[in-house]
Structure formats: structure tokens, C-alpha cells
Design a protein around this ligand. Sequence first.
Ligand SMILES: Nc1ncnc2c1ncn2[C@@H]1O[C@H](COP(=O)(O)OP(=O)(O)OP(=O)(O)O)[C@@H](O)[C@H]1O
Ligand SMILES: [Mg+2]
Length: 331
Amino acid sequence: MVKNIIDVRNLSKSFDISSKEPGLKGTIKHFFQRQTKSIEVIKNISFEIKEGEIVGFLGANGAGKTTILKMLCGLIYPSKGSILVGGHMPFRRKENFLKKITLIMGQKQQLIWDLPPIESLYLNASIYEIDKFETKKRIQKLSEMLEIDDELFIPVRKLSLGQRMKSELLAALIHEPNILFLDEPTLGLDVNAQRNLRKFLRKYNEETNATICLTSHYMKDITSLCKRVICVHDGSISYDGKLDQLLKKLSPVKHILVVCRSEKDATKLENSGFTIKNKTNNEITIIVENNSTTSSLKKILNNFDIEDLYINEPPIDEIIGRILIKKNYDI
Ligand SMILES: Nc1ncnc2c1ncn2[C@@H]1O[C@H](COP(=O)(O)OP(=O)(O)OP(=O)(O)O)[C@@H](O)[C@H]1O
Ligand SMILES: [Mg+2]
């Protein structure tokens, strides 16, 4: 049986924020007597992640995804509940724990701006006590996987966003962590760079069996990498399970556009018992349940004279948009 590498129980996190009454009076009062109030941004969540899993955290802006990842890395400590990551309590930041994990944030950089990445890489490696020979070997392997080369010798400030992100990734993986926390790693990258990064992550996961926790607002990242998603809604978990099951539940139908040879055929199809979405001349769109797609297609092809056929599913972004605003799913 695959063991749990992350175990989160009844986790909550509150932040103290200053609370000022509106208006000038409020400002003066606040100046002399600072008022704070506590807001709970993570509310009693529990989940487990198995070794080698790739899990996507989905949620609207401000839902709490980054806060969860920060707690899993030990950057901030929980207000309530317990977290075990690779058998460690993250907020203790023990050396053995730090050697196992890495955090990559699309909007933050850890490479030194004026130096070429290669120098930061050797510096990082020495922090993790990796010798020069081993460092060279790892850089070679990772740069091959990431398809970067000359860029490592150019100062970071001169690199494009995509080149910088690859270098960031290399730096974050130099100590060969087996748990990766990625907070919007593809932010701002062009479609090809996003695709390459996803390809790299999939390969890294396959080759090393690393566990990956990922947040992204690009749905392609989630659909192409994560079999499982955890949806976060206002600090609570609204769904934890298979992505395809969630999508099926939220989009139980397909639209089939049928182009008939003549308008007469289209009219015949219109009156044959299918649910019709619309019809114009010889084109007709019918709605079928996901589980009867094959039988419907057979029926259409066997009984009607068809010129062409298109099967459309609702766009994934539209479905995910619905996920983000929902509080609960019973699947
Ligand atoms: N240090 C902090 N002090 C006070 N409030 C905070 C702090 N960090 C986060 N928050 C609040 O916690 C909530 C969750 O923030 P978080 O950054 O985790 O959201 P998110 O799901 O990552 O959103 P996004 O998709 O925009 O990145 C927000 O309301 C945010 O304002
Ligand atoms: Mg965030």
C-alpha cells in the first residue's frame, strides 16, 4: 500500500488584521489605540496525500490556497490542528525536512538578479552540502530535462520570464526534493513555455515518484497534471477527489452538432426523439447524456444521411468557474 506523505488534520489558520473604524475619527482613534481583529482564513480542513500523487488545489482568489501551501512548507504555523509532511512537523523547519521539500512560487524569485543562474545553483548546492562533482551531475541532468543550457551563464536580469522560470525550477530542485509545492508555477508564461513546464513536471514525477502539490489558475495545468483536485472555497474544502468525476458531475451532457446532407434529413432527425438544442437549415445540435454518447452516435450514423459530425463538451474554464463559486459537492 502507498503510504501517506502528507497528513493534515483539522487545520485552521487565523491572521490578526488591524481593524479601523471608518472616517477621520476612526483614524485618530486607531492611531492612539491600535485595534486588531482575528480573521480565520483556513477553517478546519483535513486531507491526506499519498507518495507520488500530483494534487491540484483549485479555488478563487483569496480562497486560501497559498496559505495552505505555506503551512505545508512551514513558512507559517497553523493556529489549530496538525500537519505532518514526510513525517515532520513543517513549522519546526528541521534540516531533514527542508532537504525533502521545495517551494516554487511563480510570482517570487530566489535566484540572484545580477548573477547568472549557474552561480546561484552552486551556492544553493553548497547550502545543502552537495559536493561540486554531484552538483555538476545534477545540473547536467536537470538542464537536459528542462532544455536549458546557455541561459545558465547569463545574468538573471537578462533572461526572459520563461528562461528565468526554468532556472528557478532547476535551483529549487538541485537538492532532489521528493515533495514539491508549486504555487502558480506557470504564471505569465506563454502557451509553449507552459506546456514544456508541464511536460517537465510530469517526467520529474514519473522518474522520481515525487509528490506534487500545485495551484494554478490555468486549467490546462490542472487537467493535464492532476488526477486529483482539492477545491478550496473560503478557507474550507468543498471537494476532494478525482478531477474527472467532478467534471462529469458538473457537465453530464455533450452537444453533438450534426450536419445532414439535406434539410429533409435534418427535419427527420429533429423528429426522432433526441433532445434538440437548435436547428438551422441542415445543421442540428442535439444534447446527449455522457453515458449514452456512443449509443446516440450509432443511432445517428445508422439511420441518417450525415455529412459531418462535431462533439462538443462545455469549455473546461466554464465548468471550473462553476466549481470556484460552489460551497459543497456531494459526489
Ligand atoms: N499574512 C497575512 N495577513 C492577513 N491576511 C492574510 C495574510 N496572508 C493571507 N491572508 C488572507 O488570507 C486569505 C487567503 O489568502 P491566500 O493568499 O491563501 O489566497 P489564494 O487562494 O492563494 O488566492 P490567489 O488565487 O489570489 O493566490 C485572503 O483573504 C488573504 O487576504
Ligand atoms: Mg495564492
